[in-house]
Design a protein around this ligand. Structure first.
Ligand SMILES: Cc1cc2nc3c(=O)[nH]c(=O)nc-3n(C[C@H](O)[C@H](O)[C@H](O)COP(=O)(O)OP(=O)(O)OC[C@H]3O[C@@H](n4cnc5c(N)ncnc54)[C@H](O)[C@@H]3O)c2cc1C
Ligand code: FES
Length: 272
């Protein structure tokens, strides 16, 4: 399996909320333009601990004159992200990517509805930014539902506010925006969106995506979800990230989140 490995230099790695960091990496300009929903595998150059690279969605991507800049938004949850949080400017990292399929951006939909829970804001705000750049939003309206467990964990609001879209915010404990889960906030508005001209995109914790699958079950809405599974190789070789998918005649098969995803049709996944 061919890997596109790029060596990048960190030029920013700041805590933007509690245990949440924004890392900007300068990469050689030969790094291909990523699609929203694609991800990278990131490793610190020259160290063997942690041995495996970690997957992160692309939060933002810019081409500068002599290099390109990739932004990653990450939550410290374990050993690897703890080490990343301590990295200083000019540290070299290895970036493999862009990987995965990314979101399929429809041309003819009127309502583009983005639903993000927690760190799910990373790929979805990149998608919103891209929709704006490509002027898809000229003929369509972009609606963003952003939820987190509390106000401290609500990340990316400033970036969303710069995008021309209608944004609705909620927290589980009501400390910012409406009180409740982001799927409940979306469900209240569902009647305003006609299935035939609405395309839904979602990313967040598995429980949130499961709840969304329940809400949309039996309806005609088109919905793409970006999944986050633990990954080892990130390029389709180890099968470590396989998820159950529906096949013909009620059979169940498996697809790799890294190589076949991370974006899937919500109805394809067996939610268990
Ligand atoms: C395609 C993709 C995109 C991702 N994008 C982002 C992103 O933009 N920002 C971000 O903060 N995180 C993202 N993640 C999750 C991120 O990769 C993990 O949080 C990270 O690998 C944890 O590494 P660690 O060494 O700190 O934790 P570990 O020590 O490996 O694990 C610590 C804890 O986190 C859990 N965990 C590890 N990986 C995952 C995972 N993939 N999903 C759910 N739980 C996990 C473990 O079960 C364990 O409980 C993404 C994952 C995938 C697959
Ligand atoms: S992580 Fe190895 S196949 Fe997906």
């Amino acid at each position: 399996m061919k890997k596109n490995v790029y060596i990048g230099d960190i030029f920013k790695n700041e805590e933007v909320a509690q245990d949440c960091f924004l890392m900007s990496v300068a990469l050689h300009s030969s790094f291909p333009d990523p699609q929203p929903g694609q991800f990278v595998m990131l490793r610190i150059s020259g160290i063997s601990e942690p041995f495996l690279a970690r997957p992160f969605s692309i939060y933002s991507f810019q081409r500068e004159r002599a290099f390109c800049r990739i932004d990653l938004l990450y939550q410290v949850v374990g050993k690897g992200t703890q080490i990343l949080a301590g990295l200083i400017k000019a540290t070299q990292v290895e970036i493999i990517g862009p990987l995965g399929n990314g979101f399929d951006i429809p041309q003819s939909y009127v309502n583009l509805v983005l639903i993000a829970g927690g760190m799910g804001v990373a790929p979805l705000s990149f998608l919103a930014e891209d929709l704006q750049k490509k002027a898809c939003s000229a003929s369509s309206k972009v609606y963003i539902y952003l939820g987190a467990k509390n106000s401290e964990a609500l990340i990316g609001v400033d970036k969303i506010k710069k995008i021309s879209c209608t944004a609705a915010i909620c927290t589980d404990d009501g400390s910012k925006g409406e009180k409740g889960f982001v799927t409940q906030l979306f469900q209240k508005d569902l009647k305003n969106y006609k299935p035939e001209n609405t395309s839904i995109f979602a990313c967040g914790p598995k429980e949130m995506l499961k709840a969304l699958a329940r809400i949309l079950r039996g309806t005609k809405y088109s919905c793409q979800v970006s999944l986050e599974e633990r990954m080892a190789c990130g390029v389709g070789a180890c099968l470590g990230c396989a998820v159950p998918v529906k096949q013909a005649k009620s059979a169940i098969g498996y697809k790799r989140v890294c190589a076949d995803g991370p974006v899937f049709d919500i109805n394809e996944i067996v939610w268990k």
